[in-house]
Design a protein around this ligand. Structure first.
Ligand SMILES: Cc1ncc(COP(=O)(O)O)c(C=O)c1O
Length: 342
């Protein structure tokens, strides 16, 4: 199968498996797993943040951040296709008692400008308005097609938010893809964010795990919430060992995934009935509109599946994600197989 459903489908590399087998471990709930501690130190160093916490999933990292930054009854602002809003099962309301105020990014990039955020804020409003407690950003933006937010753009949002007393959380599930596309360090891209979550288990290829980063106090409190939510893990250095390799080695290869995404986008753009803006494909996510083909997304995905290619349909669009377990030749094959649309 050529699996383009997501970059979460990647399998650990032989080097990761070796490191997992040899990992030194301890009980991480007691803070005694040396490999987890090393991963946390290394992540904090790379992002130039005071501290980091290994969490089982990106969703847990994001939701702990939402919990710590807000009070029940507040609102969080997020771009309307954001993961925290659409694909984390209402957890902000379940766990944090907050509402989500989704805001549309008018240029389709998924990257909110301050002019778009400002009208959605509830600050210094009558007491019966639901006050804004947090702004959440996403870089890269998954459902805006892997678009990227520059360091300057992020800095501007953070600067104005902070002047208003609002914290900013970055869902950086794929921040290393943004870093490669923009040729800017992850530290620079998230410099002014109060907290950052990034995933080891997506394009970086680790089998599981995400990191939550922030101030020392924030991470101490995050450790409490991780346990409360059932995310206290024991000899989890086995996973952290793979995470360390993901962190050190995988970013070097992400440019290949981006090249493959461009190749895929170019290929599908030549198929009648498919529309895609090639300029917008800058990382590893390719989303194209199939409205003009006269077929439904489900039918196209089923036909592809029967020929050995997996992809996911969302409404009138199909998403294909490139990753380290897909080769250039497999991308060409995928484009070729789509010829049933011609
Ligand atoms: C942008 C973004 N944030 C967060 C997550 C959640 O990560 P996890 O699946 O590890 O909970 C995902 C997962 O696809 C994602 O794409």
């Amino acid at each position: 199968m050529i699996d383009l459903r997501s970059d979460t489908v990647t399998k650990p590399t032989p080097q990761m498996r070796q490191a997992m087998a040899n990992a030194e471990v301890g009980d991480d709930v007691y803070g005694e797993d040396p490999t987890v501690n090393l991963l946390q130190e290394r992540a904090a160093e790379l992002f130039d943040k005071e501290a980091a916490l290994f969490v089982p999933t990106g969703s847990m990292g994001n939701q702990i951040a939402v919990k710590l930054h807000t009070k029940p009854g507040q609102e969080i602002i997020i771009e309307e296709r954001g993961h925290i809003f659409n694909f984390e099962m209402g957890t902000p309301s379940v766990v944090s008692g907050v509402m989500i105020r989704p805001v549309r990014s008018m240029d389709g990039s998924g990257m909110l400008t301050w002019d778009e955020v400002a009208p959605a804020l509830h600050i210094d409003q009558p007491y019966y308005a639901c006050p804004t407690g947090l702004i959440c950003l996403e870089n890269t933006h998954n459902f805006a097609g892997g678009s990227v937010m520059s360091a300057d753009h992020c800095a501007e949002i953070c600067e104005i938010a902070h002047k208003l007393g609002l914290p900013v959380h970055m869902d950086g599930a794929r921040i290393f893809n943004a870093s490669v596309a923009l040729n800017t360090s992850v530290a620079e891209l998230t410099k002014y964010c109060d907290s950052v979550q990034f995933c080891l288990s997506k394009g970086l290829g680790a089998p599981a795990g995400s990191m939550l980063l922030g101030s020392k106090d924030f991470i101490e409190e995050a450790r409490v919430w991780r346990k409360r939510l059932g995310g206290g893990m024991r000899q989890v250095g086995i996973l952290a060992a793979a995470g360390l390799i993901a962190l050190e080695e995988s970013p070097k290869n992400l440019h290949i995934d981006h090249e493959n995404a461009k190749r895929l986008a170019q290929g599908v753009s030549n198929i009648p009935g498919i529309s895609i803006d090639l300029e917008k494909v800058v990382t590893n996510i390719v989303i194209f509109d199939i409205s003009g083909t006269g077929m439904e997304t489900n039918a196209i995905c089923a036909k592809l599946k029967a020929q050995g290619v997996l992809a996911i349909g969302f409404g009138k669009t199909i998403r294909m994600v490139t990753h380290c377990d897909v080769t250039g030749a497999e991308i060409d094959k995928t484009v070729e197989l789509l010829s049933f649309l011609k």
